[in-house]
Design a protein around this ligand. Structure first.
Ligand SMILES: NC(=O)c1ccc[n+]([C@@H]2O[C@H](COP(=O)([O-])OP(=O)(O)OC[C@H]3O[C@@H](n4cnc5c(N)ncnc54)[C@H](OP(=O)(O)O)[C@@H]3O)[C@@H](O)[C@H]2O)c1
Length: 438
């Protein structure tokens, strides 16, 4: 029979849209929550119906959102949502509490939950997913890492056929902004941070971003989803970008590199290597051109090799797309009576940031004879080979910056040597040591 003229089969029952749409409650009508409501109103994916919006003092929000159907119920009482028969709670309040408690209660009462809350997912993700499945529900968190980039679904589903061994990327837009400003304007970290705060790119308390905690939560989630490793929410070592000075970009340029906050993880036979820290990246790497709210993650699979995910890591609409995509996935799963790939069977591996890598060491010294010889002796005793030495002219002898790069060696070996080096009297400040990503 000609397949082109053969009668078309009735669509399988499993693929048909359920007669009764799944009802949705948005909790948190802010940047992302209002964009989700807009997509559910204007794009109206099949099988979903927005039923509730929860926010404190919601009247001001309702007034501004006259495009929302009048049948949607607004409330500032979370019990109206948690005790309702709504099918899916979309949590977009943010922060650990009270959002964490609300998510747990929603899951406990058999509702599905979609969230963009990286803190809650990094801490409680695996247990929430298991609890939800036990009650026939789902927990989806595609918006919690890399905003609108379909990274979680790409790792969980698109690359499910591979065994991923490495993830490396840029997951925090505030750090991109600050580092790019130091690089392009030669301003200090403090000035770049103040500028980022003025333009609303950084919070009043910037530690979450610049000290790496935001990226840590995201990398923790990625290690579970992509590398299938059970990682606790504080296990991955982080280092602040606040140690970076304009001179580091000048020396990085001489090495044909730039500096970015890099989140990376590598599964080896006996351990998980992982860190979030400022890192030299080659100018030719896709990571070097990531700016502002852009995120980019490269995954490496044992069979499929390298895959790059990139796009808008933040922004109401981009992030809302990730949320609505998760809602659509839940509709599809409910249609086939399936369960999502969930987080059991994760491997427990000890976590360490002891990567073997090239290193960039920037010293700030009071000039005197014999500095290089002293440092070379310490490295030689530790079995570390020096690759190159750079010193730009024109600096005062009382604050002279110069750089040593090291051939690949373990980070712990370098740290051991630096304990000794940082005690030397000619050092004006502790050495800035950064890995070089090859
Ligand atoms: N924005 C992004 O680009 C982005 C990207 C990826 C992931 N996410 C994640 O998505 C979530 C939402 O982010 P967002 O940017 O949309 O935040 P947001 O603009 O601050 O929105 C949060 C909303 O929740 C409300 N809210 C906060 N605490 C509340 C409470 N205790 N009771 C009732 N309502 C409360 C806020 O009301 P008020 O207006 O009264 O404060 C606000 O409307 C967060 O987990 C965030 O990390 C955001």
């Amino acid at each position: 029979m000609n397949p082109l003229t053969a009668p078309v089969d009735e669509p399988a029952k499993a693929n048909s849209v359920p007669r009764k749409p799944l009802t949705v409650a948005i909790i948190g009508f802010g940047t992302v929550g209002s964009s989700v409501a807009r997509i559910l109103t204007e794009h109206a994916p099949e099988g979903l119906r927005l039923s509730y919006v929860f926010n404190r003092n919601f009247e001001r929000k309702r007034k501004a959102a006259d495009w929302i159907s009048p049948i949607v119920q607004w409330t500032d009482n979370i019990e109206d949502i948690l005790s309702s028969d709504v099918d899916i709670v979309v949590e977009l309040v943010g922060g650990l509490e009270p959002a964490g408690t609300w998510i747990r209660r929603a899951v406990g009462s058999g509702k599905s939950v979609v969230t963009g809350n990286k803190q809650v997912v990094a801490r409680y993700g695996p247990e929430l997913v298991v609890q939800a499945h036990a009650r026939g529900g789902h927990v989806a968190f595609g918006a919690s890492v890399a905003g609108g980039v379909p990274l979680i679904s790409g790792l969980q589903e698109g690359l499910a056929g591979d065994e991923l061994v490495e993830l490396c990327g840029i997951l925090n837009g505030t750090c991109n902004y600050i580092l790019t400003r130091i690089e392009t304007s030669g301003i200090s970290f403090a000035e770049a941070l103040a500028e980022a705060q003025k333009f609303g790119y950084a919070e009043a308390n910037p530690a979450e971003d610049v000290d790496g905690h935001d990226a840590l939560a995201k990398l923790t989630i990625l290690c579970r989803v992509g590398l299938r490793c059970a990682v606790g929410h504080t296990e991955i070592p982080t280092r602040s970008i606040s140690i970076i000075e304009p001179i580091d970009f000048e020396y990085a340029k001489l090495l044909d590199c730039t500096i970015r906050q890099i989140s990376r993880a590598e599964k080896t036979s006996g351990r998980l290597l992982a860190s979030v820290e400022p890192t030299l990246v080659r100018r030719s790497s896709p990571l070097a051109s990531v700016e502002g709210p852009q995120n980019l993650v490269m995954s490496t699979g044992k069979f499929g090799g390298e895959t790059i995910f990139a796009g808008h890591g933040a922004g109401g609409n981009a992030t809302a797309v990730a949320v609505v995509s998760d809602l659509i996935s839940i509709v599809r799963l409910r249609q086939i009576g399936g369960v999502a790939i969930h987080e059991n069977g994760l491997r427990h591996l000890p976590v360490s940031s002891d990567f073997t890598t090239r290193h960039y060491l920037r010293f700030m010294v009071k000039d005197e004879p014999g500095i290089i010889a002293t440092l070379a002796t310490i490295f030689a005793k530790a079995g570390i080979n020096i690759d190159s030495v750079f010193q730009k002219p024109g600096f005062s002898a009382s604050r002279l910056p110069f750089v040593i790069t090291l051939e690949p060696c373990s980070t712990s070996l370098v740290e051991e040597s630096l304990k000794q080096i940082n005690q030397l009297p000619f050092l004006v400040q502790p050495c800035v040591a950064l890995p070089i990503l090859d």
